[in-house]
Design a protein around this ligand. Structure first.
Ligand SMILES: Nc1ncnc2c1ncn2[C@@H]1O[C@H](COP(=O)(O)OP(=O)(O)OP(=O)(O)O)[C@@H](O)[C@H]1O
Ligand SMILES: [Mg+2]
Length: 327
């Protein structure tokens, strides 16, 4: 797919990459790891052909179709909505040989039909990443190059991405600091090591760690963590790290329910505040007061439940981020 021979590159007189060679074969799934600023993104751009090596050569195989998710996320049109960006103006896109409506396709990337109509400039960083990923997979690509795709992704999106990558049968090169993500998607590791060399290991990140290796800026192996993993089962034992399906649906529906209850209580309160209210028949008065009381209680319950689920989701997100940022 790609063959790099003895390539070197540096900005000014600091060499980043020295005399590096690699052969990337069809179906290889490579994780690229290293501390911040060591030259990972630069190496990707050399492999892509965006940068020319100062010495050595980079050769691409024939029919190579590259999808590139760049760290700066430069490719969306901020004024267009999600569906327009992903479909490039078309309602139907061709995915794995089938025509799919762009809105249906976006559901797989966790965008509701309504959200899909939101202009990209109004999105959060995490949502933007999701749009770029969705767009990337609409193309007929056989080599996917991802530069830190997991930054700002919530756990659901991360898992959706892992699933999509597992189905993807082309070659993959991915830069990431997320150990669990790498364990789930790669089978070769290239490491920018402390001595300035880039070395290769067969296996996933945990296999590399088992050789006693670590980097300052990666999720560092604690012996405890390693011991609790079953031999050979890296990445299999994922803790329940997200809301259950039921909880997620509940969380999704609560804002609408809260809004409806707020409207109902406000409406009742308005009637009760009317100076004529207590001149109504006693049963009516009592019924409305009871109703207000029960609706208010229901509203409080809903708000409390919503806060509880949000906190739970946030805790999952944080746990995830700690795994990503540790070190
Ligand atoms: N266009 C440029 N001109 C000068 N120096 C640059 C340029 N691009 C990158 N560098 C420097 O080269 C070094 C490597 O950058 P690169 O982006 O490849 O690192 P990285 O490993 O991807 O880092 P990060 O983990 O932060 O993404 C950094 O010190 C960076 O400041
Ligand atoms: Mg980088």
């Amino acid at each position: 797919v790609i063959q790099a021979r003895n390539i070197s590159y540096g900005f000014g007189d600091t060499p980043l990459i020295q005399d590096f060679s690699v052969k990337i074969m069809r179906g290889d799934r490579i994780g690229l790891i290293g501390n911040n600023g060591v030259g990972k993104s630069t190496l990707l751009r050399l492999l892509l052909g965006e940068l020319q090596p100062q010495t050595g050569t980079v050769k691409h195989g024939s029919n190579l179709q590259i999808g590139y998710f760049d760290q700066l996320r430069t490719e969306l049109d901020p004024d267009k909505n999600i569906a327009e960006n992903v479909g490039e103006g078309r309602d139907y896109i061709r995915i794995d040989g089938k025509d799919r409506h762009v809105i249906g396709y976006l559901r797989g990337f966790l965008f509701s039909a309504k959200r899909a109509m939101t202009p990209v400039k109004a999105l959060s960083g995490g949502e933007r990443n999701r749009v770029i990923l969705a767009k990337l997979f609409t193309r007929p690509i056989n080599l996917l190059i991802l530069d830190e795709p997991t930054n700002d992704l919530d756990i659901e999106t991360l898992e959706a991405l892992e699933n999509r990558l597992t189905e993807f049968d082309g070659s993959l090169i991915v830069v990431s600091h997320d150990r669990e993500f790498l364990d789930n998607v790669v089978n070769r590791i290239l490491v920018f090591e402390d001595d300035g060399q880039i070395r290769e290991y067969v296996g996933n990140y945990s296999d590399w760690v088992r050789h006693g290796r670590h980097l300052a800026e990666m999720d560092r192996p604690s012996s405890q963590q390693r011991d609790s993993r079953p031999a050979g089962g890296a990445g299999v034992q994922r803790k329940p790290a997200k809301l259950s399906y039921k909880q997620a649906r509940e969380l999704e529906q609560l804002p609408a329910r809260i809004e409806a209850l707020e409207a109902e209580t406000a409406n009742l309160q308005g009637k009760i505040n009317d100076p004529q209210f207590y001149s109504r028949p006693h049963e009516d008065v009592q019924a409305m007061l009871d109703q207000l009381q029960s609706k208010t209680a229901a509203l409080e319950d809903a708000v409390e439940r919503w806060a509880e689920l949000e906190a739970l989701q946030e805790a999952f997100r944080q746990r995830r981020n700690e795994l990503v940022d540790r070190g």
